[in-house]
Design a protein around this ligand. Structure first.
Ligand code: UDP
Length: 386
């Protein structure tokens, strides 16, 4: 049996919490520092005192994963209710279903195509260059063609990211499927759901362990982490170095909240794809918990903008210039001994909850194998530059 360690973790989002639990289960002691007054990071949910609705405080989070290991893990700590996300979109004064599927295509073009006809119809419209699409725009034109791109992706993406879709990486669009049938589920993964009591209750259960000490409202510095046998940083990587090379840019979100009687929009998420509408989407939170009944309803109108120094970072903007700056922070991190970086902010990647959890499980496994052998722990478990 190897020596039992005292480990420090900055950040109590999914990345930090899962790592803490795995290390604590193996007998190590963990001190977890969280700047905010709650755990769960941007997945945080809380019940609205007035309406009783469970609110996704930092915007909609739907759990979906292809990984049975991750699903088994999260369902160990919380009861998940079946929830399949379906999104509607308003474009040019009409309502459509997203992601683009046979219904969207037939609605949009006023056709009655069969799957095979729609496939041929879209294939005749798409524009493919002689090399694989590199940007969001190229990917969209090669994927759905110019009309659907202009209606559903161009305006929304400009609003969401604040840059021309021709500058964004193709990977952002690859998150969304294109279907030639009437399956209108937003995600195709076999495991989907929402924790009955929300994500904060889930993360609290993960952290409920005698070897884990959680310090909320506590900002830890990298120097403060030097006291531990090893430390993990799940906050923004540039913050670990006092932003000394400049700030890695993120998009942040603002929400305008409204309470209405009854049912506001009839679904959980309505996207607003036109560039002239200043917000990107409206979330109606009670529809994320269809097993609950509430007379009133709470909606969030979501606005995206550049993240300033005091704002909450949401989406990393990984353009060429930002990746060059990231590479310089990665080099600094490589020189900084005793700290490993994890999670969406720690590695500056657009990671979903399930991928974050899987990486923390794998990172913990790697640590637990390495320590008894006296091997050092990698600074990154997955390269932030991929
Ligand atoms: N997107 C779009 N129109 C939509 C929905 C999404 O153009 O109606 C693009 C947009 O660039 C967005 C990306 O697809 O950032 C990924 O969408 P997703 O719904 O996965 O974003 P998230 O829920 O993570 O904000």
């Amino acid at each position: 049996m190897s020596r039992l360690l005292h480990l420090g973790i900055a950040g109590a989002g999914p990345a930090g919490a899962v790592l803490a639990r795995e290390l604590a289960d193996a007998g190590h002691r963990v001190s977890l520092f969280e700047e905010r007054s709650h755990v769960a990071g941007n997945c945080h949910t809380e019940r609205d005192a007035h309406t009783g609705v469970l609110v996704h405080v930092y915007g909609p989070h739907i759990f979906h994963t292809p990984h049975e290991r991750v699903w088994r893990y999260v369902t160990r700590f919380a009861r998940f209710r079946p929830y399949e996300h379906r999104v509607k979109a308003i474009a040019r004064d009409r309502v459509y279903v997203l992601p683009v599927n046979l219904h969207t295509i037939n609605q949009f073009f006023g056709t009655t195509h069969s799957p095979a006809q729609a496939r041929a119809f879209v294939a005749a419209r798409v524009r493919r260059g002689d090399r694989p699409p590199a940007t969001f725009e190229e990917q969209a034109l090669a994927f759905v063609g110019p009309e659907l791109y202009a209606a559903f992706f161009e305006g929304y993406t400009r609003k969401q990211w604040g840059v021309d879709p021709g500058e964004l990486p193709a990977s952002i669009l690859k998150r969304l499927p294109l279907r030639f049938n009437y399956d209108d589920r937003y995600f195709s993964h076999p495991f989907q759901g929402i924790p009955e009591e929300g994500y904060t209750a889930l993360v609290e259960r993960i952290l409920d362990h005698p070897n884990i000490e959680v310090r909320l409202g506590t900002k830890v510095t990298p120097e403060g982490l030097d006291a531990f046998d090893h430390a993990f940083w799940t906050g923004p990587i540039d913050a670990c170095f006092d932003h000394r090379l400049g700030r890695l840019p993120y998009r942040t979100l603002d929400f305008e909240t409204e309470v209405h009687g009854g049912d506001f929009q009839g679904c959980a998420v309505m996207n607003y794809c036109d560039a002239e509408v200043p917000f990107t989407r409206i979330s109606e939170h009670k529809h994320f918990a269809p097993w609950e009944a509430h007379e009133e309803t709470l909606v969030y109108r979501e606005f995206s903008r550049d993240c300033g120094a005091g704002d909450i970072p949401y989406y990393p903007l990984r353009l060429a210039r930002e990746k060059a700056l990231l590479a310089r922070y990665v080099a600094l991190a490589g020189e900084r001994k005793g700290i490993s970086f994890l999670g969406r902010l720690g590695t500056y990647r657009y990671l979903d909850m399930d991928a974050t959890i899987l990486e923390s499980l794998e990172a913990a496994g790697r640590c637990l194998e390495s320590w008894p052998r006296g091997e050092s722990i990698p600074v990154f478990f997955r390269s932030p530059l991929d």
